[in-house]
Design a protein around this ligand. Structure first.
Ligand code: HEC
Ligand code: HEC
Length: 286
């Protein structure tokens, strides 16, 4: 009888483990999580230390240490999110890691600050969040203690009410593309301007964002709406995909970081097609 019950539970994709216990991840969850973290979500763009040429340091995948400073606002030091128990997140439970990614809350209850893009990460689906956690569990431990960030602005008490039950996108190219470019890839976060109230003006999604400081001076996230002159309305699908995955603009100019071209080069052709469909569906912004 017990064996029959177990078989039914397995068939349903459920487990007989007591509530709260960690579920062993499935191979397909790890594969999906690896794909998300190392391509569209580009977590390593912030969380993996870089060499002088801007490439990921070998053997340091997600080991943290990068400093991201915004004058008068913060000096963020990107933490180690490898499985090292002492200096990474190896001692955290799956639920604690999930809460940190989607709601910006650490196990000790403190809030994680910018520039990790929590406004959009709140929309990551339950399935994709579980896949990311499953993959992070497989990341080799690297011992690297990172100093705490300093914030000169008060952080809010939270990024919003508790998030529960986020379904994946509707099954259309535009909806899938919007999910990839928003909750998973935070393209929208960089490429959308701030409104008068200091919040992002989502009525102008893709119109171009606030300048981002860099070693060679500030770079401005471009207008990526289908406006024929101000945006990318005149570009071919191939030109759009080349800009995203190779960092080459339609006129042949090499694009600057911090957009994570090297990570986006791993986005699947189907996902790239969906993102192009979404970009073409945006209202053109002058
Ligand atoms: C734009 C840069 C950026 C991106 C992209 C980013 N993070 Fe972060 N992340 C940070 C910073 C900065 C902090 C720490 C902020 C602070 O000190 O309060 C952080 C904190 C964390 C923490 C908490 C670790 C701790 O010890 O407190 C986890 C877990 C985490 N990130 C996972 C991820 C994952 C997974 C992704 C991809 C889905 C991701 N991050 C994408 C910048 C980023
Ligand atoms: C961390 C911020 C950031 C993120 C995230 C980001 N971008 Fe960008 N993007 C930029 C910046 C800055 C530029 C301009 C670089 C330059 O001018 O050298 C740019 C350039 C572009 C261009 C080329 C525009 C032109 O006129 O040449 C396209 C297309 C684009 N981004 C689309 C995307 C898409 C799609 C995503 C998500 C998969 C994305 N971006 C994610 C910051 C970002």
């Amino acid at each position: 009888m017990l064996r029959a019950t177990m078989a039914v539970l397995v068939l349903l994709g459920l487990s007989a483990a007591p509530a709260g216990a960690q579920q062993p991840p499935t191979a397909s969850q790890v594969t999906r999580g690896a794909y998300l973290v190392t391509s569209i979500a580009a977590c390593g763009n912030c969380h993996t230390p870089k060499g002088p040429n801007g490439a990921d340091l070998p053997g340091q995948h997600l080991a943290g240490g990068l400093e991201i400073a915004a004058p008068n606002l913060f000096t963020a030091r990107v933490p180690n999110i490898t499985q090292d128990r002492a200096t990474g997140i190896g001692a955290w439970t799956d639920a604690q890691i999930a809460l940190a990614i989607r709601e910006g809350r650490r196990p000790d209850g403190s809030l994680i600050g910018p520039p990790m893009p929590f406004e959009v990460y709140r929309g990551i689906s339950d399935a994709d969040l579980a896949a990311m956690v499953a993959y992070l569990r497989t990341v080799p431990a690297v011992a690297n203690r990172v100093t705490k960030s300093e914030f000169h602005i008060p952080l809010p008490p939270s990024y919003g009410p508790p998030v529960r039950g986020v379904a994946g996108p509707a099954n259309t190219p535009e909806a899938r593309g919007a999910y990839l470019a928003g909750p998973l890839g935070h393209c929208t976060e960089c490429h959308t301007p701030m409104g008068a109230n200091g919040q992002r003006d989502w009525t102008r999604t893709g119109a171009g964002g606030a300048p981002i400081g860099g070693p060679r001076g500030p770079v401005v996230p471009r207008n990526i709406t289908p406006h024929p002159e101000a945006g990318i309305g005149g570009w071919s699908d191939g030109q759009i995909i080349r800009a995203i995955t190779q960092g080459i603009s339609a006129d042949g100019r090499r694009l600057f970081p911090p957009m994570g071209y090297g990570y986006y080069a791993r986005i699947s052709p189907a996902d790239l097609r969906d993102m192009v469909a979404w970009l073409r569906s945006l209202p053109p912004q002058p």
